[in-house]
Write a protein that binds this ligand. Structure first.
Ligand code: G3H
Ligand code: ZN
Length: 291
């Protein structure tokens, strides 16, 4: 049984100066590939299901959550199961029964006071139900089809003093910070604000989480972990790998019919991507750090 709590994985990684990779899954192939990639790398990993992925599955969280939990239980490395970017209180309340050990409650689009109030209520509920909870302050761009931020523009940033007050008042266990990454980037051209990351790392006692990590080149991923990021969220990179592989296969085999033929190509590409990104994170820390 390798299904473990995300909070334990993040705490163990943070204690050694390492990080845990957290991959967003949409299909069973994503879950299988992330587990296989983590096994190849010899690393713990988190399987994340976002509220948007639940919407894609006709609003039903259980089918993919149960599949992910089964994939985790069969893994040879520790695997956490995390409900990501939750805005719906109804979905939040399904998290524990659906098998998640952790959630990210996303009210970052709201003004500070409203974000704090909503996050505080979510944290109280999560802790009463045994869940580790992450929240966000200083919105990371590119969500829900919004254009990704220009990685070289200042964009939204998390203020260290405000972040410290937010964590203390909300009671969250980890904080997603806006330090220059943006969601859904299909090029690896983003650059982090390393000075801001250092100030956030010094100001906060809870683990820091990086979102929109697909847009970062290997060196920036390594620098993010070295700079104090303890959980690295990755989604689009898997979809790029899967879709490219399937497109290549179907172009070469235009009369293919059996979905296993092209889905296996897509899954294999995601295994390679997950393993390579975990290796990139490991390059940022000294030997012995937990990645
Ligand atoms: O919460 C999920 C991540 O922030 C994924 O972002 O798709 O840009 O890698 P990404
Ligand atoms: Zn995110």
């Amino acid at each position: 049984m390798a299904l473990v709590n995300t909070g334990d994985l993040v705490a163990e990684a943070a204690a050694t100066g390492g990080a845990v990779a957290a991959f967003n899954i949409i299909t069973l192939e994503h879950a299988e590939a992330v587990v296989a990639g983590a096994e190849a790398a010899g690393s713990p990993v988190v399987l994340q299901i976002s509220e948007n992925a639940v919407k894609y599955r006709h609003g039903r969280v259980l089918p993919l959550a149960r599949a992910a939990a089964a994939a985790a239980a069969a893994a040879t490395v520790p695997v956490g199961l995390h409900l990501d970017h939750v805005k719906s209180p109804e979905l939040l309340r399904q998290a524990a029964d659906a098998g998640f050990g952790s959630v990210m409650y996303d009210a970052a689009h709201l003004p500070y006071a409203e974000n704090l109030a909503a996050t505080r209520a979510a944290a109280d509920w999560a802790h009463a139900n045994g869940l580790w909870i992450e929240a966000e302050l200083g919105e990371v761009g590119g969500k829900n089809g919004a254009a990704p931020l220009d990685p070289h523009a200042p964009g939204a940033r998390t203020d260290p003093d405000e972040a410290r007050a937010f964590v203390e008042a909300s009671g969250v266990d980890a904080l997603a910070v806006a330090v220059g990454s943006s969601h859904a980037m299909t090029t690896r051209t983003a650059a982090l604000d390393h000075d801001l990351l250092a100030r956030l790392s010094a100001a906060l006692s809870v683990p820091l989480v990086l979102h929109g990590s697909s847009g970062l080149p290997d060196a920036e991923l390594a620098a993010a972990v070295a700079g104090g990021i303890s959980k690295v969220n990755i989604g689009t990179a898997l979809n790029l790998a899967m879709t490219d592989a399937i497109r290549t296969y179907l172009t070469a085999h235009p009369s293919a019919v059996d979905s296993r033929a092209y889905l296996s190509e897509g899954r294999a590409a995601m295994v390679r991507t997950a393993a390579a990104l975990i290796a990139a994170l490991r390059a940022g820390v000294p030997a012995g750090a937990r990645i």
